[in-house]
Design a protein around this ligand. Sequence first.
Ligand code: ZN
Ligand code: ZN
Length: 152
Amino acid sequence: MKIEINKLLQEKAVPFEFIVHNDELEDVEGELDENGALVKGTIIKLAKGSFEIELTIEMTMVFPCARCLEPTPVPCRYNYADTVSIDDDATELDLIPVVEECIYINEPFRILCREDCRGLCPKCGNNLNHEQCDCENDGDIDPRLAALKSLL
Ligand SMILES: [Zn+2]
Ligand SMILES: [Zn+2]
């Protein structure tokens, strides 16, 4: 999403609104769902080559659960404000890097599909939320794990 900056008047806020899709974003961890992200905000020209941008992003991001890796949708709404400087002779300002920065600094660090996610079986990789495997009962436990277990 590029804004033609030579149309902007000094100190006058100009609104913008657009949708960003996942393939337009590079520097973020999560994936946008198929609806993309709704970006709304304003841009103000402060001086030649200097702009103040305020925006709100609403979207659903999908992260792998930290325990079982199941894709987990998370509704997100982030606010961001920044002053952006660009070359004096530039004619456009690309808002995508601003959107990426906003998502990057706000996106959650660790997502669980649910509070009590049971994760994956360390032996066979079975998702323990869906079904219990037999691994824990077969007596063939990793000796390092057994040592840990005796401490519990
Ligand atoms: Zn999980
Ligand atoms: Zn197992």
